[in-house]
Design a protein around this ligand. Structure first.
Ligand SMILES: O=C(O)c1ccccc1NCC(=O)[C@H](O)[C@H](O)COP(=O)(O)O
Length: 214
């Protein structure tokens, strides 16, 4: 990609979503294994989606406080390039998952205010990547994928010693401003490219990637 921005489209559920994500020029696709999510895919469905992904589109497994048994089942079934830990996983658990599966691990850190920022430094010491996402509001059904942005000024100019992604409430309309303000070189979206909750839209995926690269 000419601008060097790498885009992740998260929560794909259908083969046409994979086609649209690859055609738009995204670098990563996310497969969601959180059972309560409207974007959940079983390991069997995820395997077919992952096998449909062309070379160059990295497949990321999103899990929430998954046990070894759950992760074993996913990793055995699905050809993956990365694991995204989207729950309350401790730094020690990040280390364990990296060691057990030999896959890069991206740890999600939720941000609502400045008090959340030190955790980014903590996880940047143990994870291969960090994903800076909006902290879910109290009582939210889902720990992510809520389509809510945080105040990007909190991380403007911040850097970490590992690659990082910006997420949370990004859309084709606001992603360019988010990149400009934060300096992010990677962005992640789910709700902002959906026609309905859990249903990706090829046109929105294309618009999002184009806007991120602009
Ligand atoms: O999308 C879900 O349903 C979900 C469920 C449980 C944990 C995480 C989940 N989604 C995470 C994402 O899709 C993204 O990594 C990120 O939170 C941005 O989502 P959005 O604000 O919807 O763009």
């Amino acid at each position: 990609m000419p601008s060097g921005i790498r885009v992740k489209i998260c929560g794909l559920t259908r083969p046409e979503d994979v086609t649209a994500t690859a055609a738009a020029g995204a670098a990563y696709c996310g497969l969601n294994f959180f059972p309560k999510s409207p974007r959940y895919v079983s390991p069997a469905v995820a395997r077919d989606l992952a096998l449909a992904a062309p070379a160059g589109l990295a497949k990321v497994a999103l899990v929430v406080d998954a046990s070894d048994a759950q992760l074993d089942e996913i990793v055995d079934a699905v050809p993956l390039d990365m694991v995204q830990l989207h729950g309350q996983e401790t730094p020690e658990r990040v280390r364990e998952v990296r060691a057990r599966y030999g896959l890069p691990v991206m740890k999600v850190v939720g941000v609502a205010d400045a008090a959340d920022l030190p955790a980014l430094d903590t996880y940047a010491r143990v994870a291969d990547q960090i994903l800076v996402d909006t902290k879910p509001p109290k009582g939210a059904d889902l720990p992510g994928g809520n389509g809510l942005a945080f105040d990007w000024r909190l991380i403007a100019g911040r850097r970490w010693p590992v690659p990082w992604m910006l997420a949370g409430g990004l859309t084709p309309d606001n992603v360019a401003e988010a990149v400009r303000l934060t300096g992010a070189r990677q962005v992640d979206v789910s709700s902002g490219v959906e026609a309905a909750r859990g249903v990706k839209d090829a046109g929105l995926i294309r618009s999002f990637v184009q806007a991120a690269l602009a």
